[in-house]
Design a protein around this ligand. Structure first.
Ligand SMILES: Cc1cc2nc3c(=O)[nH]c(=O)nc-3n(C[C@H](O)[C@H](O)[C@H](O)COP(=O)(O)O)c2cc1C
Length: 207
């Protein structure tokens, strides 16, 4: 019979290095609110020791909407800003606002320029917007990432009326609810990231 101590022992492989997570900031509009939400999320990640975040900002990369298998040197240089980080990541957190009941075109463009980088990895979704808190954008992204053989985690963080939900210092006026939601989401993301990394190491994904 297993002892309580043995049951609660974390297997060595599971307690090892932090999960490399790419935090994708999905808006690039002039005067955008996205960085406020990203700053808050990075603070929550920084309170834990199980994630190593790298920020990928859609506003920092200029990718044409015309996709190409042989991108020009200029486009290749833009891809070099993001593709290696997406490839190296074992998990993603995508921050999305809601634009016209979906997610922004710039975010879709970044997603579409890549394929294998998303494959057999988990994606957590943080949304913000008006009355819906970006939840319609989230549900659209679930369909997109399913096509890319990625797994979206069940729980999300969403901010309704995002502008009013944060104070001037960039802190949510309700600190407790969003922090609890972020913990749940990050716990799920960490589980999937480790499980899928282990599975990818054992056998190539066959989809
Ligand atoms: C083009 C556009 C369309 C929008 N459509 C919606 C919408 O359908 N539903 C919603 O709740 N909010 C909508 N909003 C409000 C945005 O979600 C909100 O302003 C958010 O802060 C935008 O993110 P950003 O500031 O990072 O660009 C829209 C905003 C823009 C600019």
């Amino acid at each position: 019979m297993k002892t309580a101590t043995a049951e609660s022992t974390v297997p060595e492989q599971m307690s090892e290095s932090p999960v490399r997570v790419a935090v994708v900031v999905g808006s690039n509009r002039e005067g955008r609110f996205g960085p406020v939400v990203a700053g808050w999320l990075l603070d929550r990640i920084g309170e834990r020791d199980d994630f190593l975040p790298e920020v990928l900002d859609v506003a920092s990369v200029e990718l044409p909407t015309a996709l190409s298998h042989s991108p020009s040197p200029a486009v290749a240089a833009e891809l070099a800003k993001v593709t290696p980080a997406l490839a190296d990541a074992d998990a993603f957190i995508v921050l999305t606002p809601e634009y016209n009941h979906s997610f922004p075109a710039g975010l879709k463009n970044l997603i579409d320029w890549h394929y294998g980088e998303w494959r057999a990895k988990p994606v957590a979704l943080v949304s913000y917007g008006g009355v819906s808190g970006g939840l319609r954008a989230v549900e659209h992204l679930r369909q997109v990432f399913a096509e890319l053989h990625a797994v979206t985690v069940r729980d999300t963080v969403s901010f309704h009326g995002a502008g009013a939900a944060f104070d001037e210092a960039g802190h949510p006026r309700d600190a407790v609810g969003p922090a609890a939601a972020a913990k749940t989401m990050l716990d799920q993301l960490g589980w999937w990231a480790r499980a899928l990394k282990e599975a990818r190491g054992k056998r190539p994904y066959g989809g």
